[in-house]
Design a protein around this ligand. Structure first.
Ligand code: ZN
Ligand code: ZN
Length: 330
């Protein structure tokens, strides 16, 4: 099969002819239809995340059709269309796994990082870590829901937002979370890079009441903020913008150093909460919610062979919303 492979040369992704995977017991073999492109893929390829399982195929927002099932598979059938998230597998028996916190499992395996992902024609996934994709939801639109959507949903839930939500870094996750918040009657304030008119326009189009650049203070106090951008200096900035008791949620897997700041910014029961990975339940809850209240991903499609261009677009910030690779029919 054709696959994009990261072999440890920082910043380099090679298109290779690669052996097709075979499903192990309890795994399904997927023919990949679409794979979302996430900032985390850049962190993997740039060597910003430690200990990837090299060589590795990136991509952790996979939508694929089951074309074969390994021994013992009972939940999925050949022909099912399923999604694969960042959480590829957890141990199932540690104290985190036993208490519904499998996202914190120290033996967890991650798609496109420590397990091959979806920048390829085929992928394998443990059946119980796949999520069924509802009929009628195109694969291209489902893909960004699998990380930007699921991690965004987890961040949103953890923000305990009441009336007003700030979103710092208005990309793939940001524009999906904004839609959830608007559905809940929450006012959304979008913070983008300076002069990013396209992201600000996207923010307004999905219902944000205000869009500005991230060094600005919003016109009202925020009851919570979520930071999806990887710039650590946004943490004190967001603390300045939230009200007493407000929470600042850090939704990214990687962040530059957070500058020191006066205690007054945290005082009055403001708090900072990081989000690590996702659980299967996050995905189940999100897809259940979307059945009633769908969101519309703003997707830029790239042909599979143009994965490097998609990553570059993400890196340079020229892309509004979500980037998705569409596999060519073989
Ligand atoms: Zn565990
Ligand atoms: Zn991701």
């Amino acid at each position: 099969m054709k696959a994009f492979v990261y072999s440890g040369q920082h910043g380099e992704l090679e298109l290779k002819e690669y052996p097709s995977p075979r499903p192990a017991p309890h795994e399904v073999l997927l023919e990949v239809e679409a794979c979302g492109v996430c900032r985390t893929d850049l962190h993997v390829i740039d060597g910003e995340l430690e200990h990837p399982a090299l060589p590795v195929i990136p991509g952790h927002q996979i939508v694929g059709r089951v074309i074969a099932a390994g021994e013992g598979v009972t939940l999925r059938r050949v022909g099912d269309r399923v999604g694969v998230t960042w959480l590829s597998m957890s141990c199932g028996h540690c104290r985190y796994c036993r208490s519904g916190r499998e996202n914190l499992c120290t033996d967890a395996v991650f798609t496109g990082y420590t397990h091959d992902g979806g920048y390829a024609e085929y992928a394998v996934a443990e059946e119980s870590y796949t999520v069924p994709i509802p009929e009628g939801l195109p694969s291209i639109d489902a893909a960004p829901l699998l990380c930007a959507g699921v991690i965004g949903y987890r961040s949103y839930t953890m923000s305990c937002v009441k009336e007003t939500l700030g979103i710092y870094g208005f990309g793939s996750a940001g524009h999906l979370v904004a839609q959830l918040a608007v559905q809940d009657g929450v006012e959304v304030y979008a913070f983008t890079r300076e002069g990013d008119a396209e992201a600000q326009e996207l923010a307004r189009s999905v219902g944000a009441v205000w869009a500005g650049h991230s060094r600005e203070l919003p016109p009202v106090e925020l009851s919570a903020a979520i930071i999806f951008a990887s710039a650590g200096e946004l943490v004190p900035q967001a603390l300045r913008a939230v009200e007493r008791g407000g929470r600042v949620v850090l939704g990214g897997i990687h962040m530059t150093a957070i500058p020191s700041f006066p205690y007054e910014l945290l005082w009055e029961e403001r708090s900072i909460q990081s989000i690590a990975n996702c659980t299967r339940n996050d995905a189940v809850e999100l897809f259940k919610r979307l059945e009633q209240e769908p969101v519309t991903p703003h997707v830029t499609e790239f042909a599979f062979k143009n994965a490097p261009a998609a990553l570059e677009a993400l890196r340079s910030g020229t892309l509004a919303g979500s980037a998705v690779l569409r596999m060519q029919p073989s």
